[in-house]
Design a protein around this ligand. Structure first.
Ligand code: GCU
Length: 457
């Protein structure tokens, strides 16, 4: 039953991203996705029968993904503090000048892809500004579009959708949490609530942030790059490639979404309502992966809130538990990554990856990052909460080298326990596939870094 909840949650999430498509559109997306996946296999010299299938996300299936700790494989992780030449990283300088660039390079070549050199400029235009309410809190809400210069290839237009909300009564620039999400969703409409009535749950994340005197922003990933393989010849990736297929180390969708978030920060730097030195990034599931990739590659992100990101996000890829590299490399998900990543589900294995998820977290150091998961009894085991915790454990030595605290323990905590003493935080809340129940814990943790927090004054 609980497993069904998880599947429902994932299905609901996917159907929100798919809702705008008709049946015919969906068939054509599936068809063009297959064609794109096949051409990438061909570029890589991989035959179809070399591609290993991933396990099923359905716990009842005969090929269900492993969900038992005693069946986890033994694996060896690359050491983030050992250089490729075998020498140990001793000082901070070697980290910044040698080891960090090595790790970044491996992620770009083999996992998420490289940013092309010729990405066109983005011009931010204000579509509307209004004073309105979120719940009962007065906000100033701006809708913007980031128009990408397409003069080099006018067949593809890209307009990034962004919403920014700050408290109406703010007297200075405020910190902002940017979410990868939806601006106009039929599922998440906030209405004004009758004051004084006992509400059935926590206030929304938006209300919680505004009530602290902070702001929120929403950036719409699909306005940057479609969430499927068929879209790789369109969106920002297609625009730069002038409608041609990707090469094996070209950027994937996660990197493209992360690039869009960086462009939003360019805008924040010009908005006097926003304190661009205090920007956090948040996302759930595939958007949780995008949030972590953004933070790893964008130094202007000050804090992270990485929700149930699982494989391809904060979870150790070598760990045989929940979703596997073979799932990520399938035609449903390969577009999130560069083409080269498919090698690790075919002619190579996950153990051959030059990097693993702990090093993606290490790229965020010394900036504080919060890894969030739901309950295995409600969310299921596909996202592998322990695999994400372990990535935090193995990223900790890098934080410590830089004078920070890391996770502070190697012992997997009880459900609901917040590990928030250090700069890598972790909490598995008791709910499902959502960041929702962890917002108040995240905000209390973030207050330590951002201060200037109404409740805590
Ligand atoms: C699937 C996928 C996950 C992803 C999730 C989501 O379950 O396998 O990797 O995080 O969808 O984004 O909803």
């Amino acid at each position: 039953m609980k497993k069904i909840f998880f599947l429902l949650a994932i299905t609901a999430f996917c159907s929100v991203t798919f809702a705008q498509f008709s049946r015919a559109d969906r068939d054509s997306i599936a068809n063009f996705t297959r064609i794109d996946h096949q051409q990438m296999l061909k570029q890589l010299g991989i035959a179809n029968d070399q591609l290993r299938p991933g396990p099923s996300g359905d716990p009842k299936a005969s090929d269900a993904a492993n969900s038992r700790e005693e069946n986890v494989n033994k694996y060896m992780l690359p050491d983030p503090l050992v250089l490729k030449n075998g020498k140990k990283v001793i000082g901070e300088e070697t980290w910044w000048k040698v080891r960090r660039p090595e790790i970044e390079d491996d992620f770009e070549n083999e996992v998420y892809g490289r940013l092309p050199e010729n990405i066109p400029v983005v011009e931010w235009q204000i579509v509307s500004v209004k004073d309105t309410l979120i719940g009962n809190f007065p906000i100033k809400e701006k809708i913007l579009k980031g128009v990408v210069d397409n003069s080099a290839y006018s067949k593809i237009a890209v307009e990034i959708e962004l919403l920014v909300a700050t408290p109406v009564d703010a007297t200075k620039a405020v910190p902002v949490v940017m979410e990868f999400g939806f601006i106009n969703s039929p599922f998440f409409n906030e209405q004004v609530k009758p004051i004084g009535l006992i509400s059935s749950g926590e206030p929304t994340w938006k209300e919680q942030l505004i009530s602290k005197g902070w702001g929120y922003a929403i950036i719409v990933p699909s306005s940057i790059q479609a969430d499927n393989g068929a879209g790789l010849t369109r969106g920002i990736i297609g625009l730069v490639n002038k409608g041609e297929y990707r090469k094996p180390d070209d950027w994937g969708t996660l990197r493209a979404w992360a690039w869009g978030a960086s462009k939003a920060i360019d805008y924040f730097e010009t908005d006097t309502d926003v304190d661009a030195n205090r920007i956090a990034i948040e996302g759930l599931s595939r958007y949780g992966k995008a949030a972590l990739v953004t933070m790893a590659f964008e130094p202007r992100i000050s804090l992270g809130f990485i929700g149930s990101s699982g494989a391809g996000g904060a979870k150790i890829l070598r760990r045989v538990f929940g979703e596997q590299v073979e799932n990520l490399a399938s035609s449903h998900e390969y577009h999130w990554f560069c083409g080269n990543f498919i090698k690790y589900a075919s002619i190579l294995t996950p153990d051959d990856l030059p990097v693993d998820a702990h090093e993606l977290i290490a790229l965020c150091a010394p900036r504080p990052v919060f890894i969030s998961a739901g309950s295995p009894f409600v969310e299921g085991q596909w996202i592998d909460a322990r695999g994400m915790f372990l990535a935090g454990v193995h990223a900790s030595p890098v934080y410590e080298l830089l004078g920070m605290e890391g996770l502070g323990t190697t012992k997997f905590p009880q459900l609901g326990t917040a590990l928030t003493d250090g700069e890598i935080a972790f909490r598995q809340h008791s709910g499902g596939h959502s960041t929702g129940p962890n917002w108040s814990t995240w905000i209390a943790w973030a207050c330590r870094y951002w201060g200037d927090c109404l409740y805590y004054k």
